[in-house]
Design a protein around this ligand. Sequence first.
Ligand SMILES: Nc1ncnc2c1ncn2[C@@H]1O[C@H](COP(=O)(O)OP(=O)(O)OP(=O)(O)O)[C@@H](O)[C@H]1O
Ligand SMILES: [Mg+2]
Length: 390
Amino acid sequence: MGYRILETDDIPAYLHERGHWEDVSDIHVREVSDGNVNRVFLASSADGTRSLALKQALPWVRVAGPSWPLSPDRADAEARAYEQLAKVTPDEIPGIHGYDPENYALVMEDLSDLEVLRTLLNEGASYGPETSPQIGRLVARLSFTTSDFGMPSAERKALIAVSVNPELCKITEDVVLSEPYIEHEHNHWHEGVADLAAEFRADARLRTEVAALRHVFMTSAQALLHGDLHTGSIMVGVREGAHVVRVFDPEFSFVGPIGFDLGLYWANALVSEERARSLGRLTDHADQLRLSWEAFETEFRRLWPARVDTFFDDAYLDRFLAKVWTESLGFAGTEIIRRIIGFAHLTDLTTLPDPVPASRRALLLGRELIVRREELSSPDAVRQVVASLG
Ligand SMILES: Nc1ncnc2c1ncn2[C@@H]1O[C@H](COP(=O)(O)OP(=O)(O)OP(=O)(O)O)[C@@H](O)[C@H]1O
Ligand SMILES: [Mg+2]
């Protein structure tokens, strides 16, 4: 039938046709798209005992419409990422019921009983002891098993080939890894940080360091990434008395540098800390970088003895992890900066009564993480930078 753009009223027949739902008279559907890019529908039975979520990629950016075309192939990338994640960390992603490549539509578990982590944090919640360790472990499992340590060489080459995601990588290369450091129509900022935006554009050293990180992003095919691992791509909640974490929206997935996933998470954790500080409600925010890194490192080291290529020795593991750490800090810095003076800003800051002090601190922190990443050798060193921001 070809690619059909599904509307709310089409969903019952579609779910029936795809074998997801028997009795179509029983379905209630509502659209819940609150992201910028795709459409998301929730379907539930009249008695509320069954529900499913459906995400469809349109050939453009949803909020912009046909004037901003974007290949729906990003849904293939999302489905591929879930396929790998399901093998190694099935409990931390939505259950996937099926992917329809003809319609770029993914049918998955309804997570609407959970809350997006950013929303909770903005409302004043703490992270709690489990979320960041779970994220660190998830990154370790996905990255180890899709690296040359976890996957035979030929299989890896095939994964790299099939996982190219050129349009979404280009968005990152532009929006995160260059635009904030040049004059660009996408850039905008609060007038209270205009001086820093100008300073950053004029800072040759900063620009060269960002160029280095951009080149790492473009060339370092270490492992399959989530690609957009910010606090808006994580849902948390409690089910049957147990804390649950679900990572979703991996449409930016490709084979790239592991530090990009950790760095995005850290950037968002550090900005959430500045929000909490400015509101006088800091709790466990300052622990999250360390907790996620330690869980990542512990899990990666736990998997290491099972590596498929033992020419990579233990000393090389230490060297490799040190490189991932350093690159993560750099990518964290670029994500902080772009979220304040670049294209898409963070509600963590924009909803503050006065976003300026927290935004200034975050920008200065971002720059330090980029230019001093080689000398910041531990989570404590990062804490010292935060403490020195004044
Ligand atoms: N499985 C699900 N169950 C319930 N709600 C969901 C599910 N998947 C997505 N949503 C809701 O839809 C929103 C958008 O989903 P998602 O982030 O996957 O879409 P997107 O268009 O790619 O967003 P973005 O612009 O952030 O890239 C989520 O923030 C969430 O509120
Ligand atoms: Mg998305």
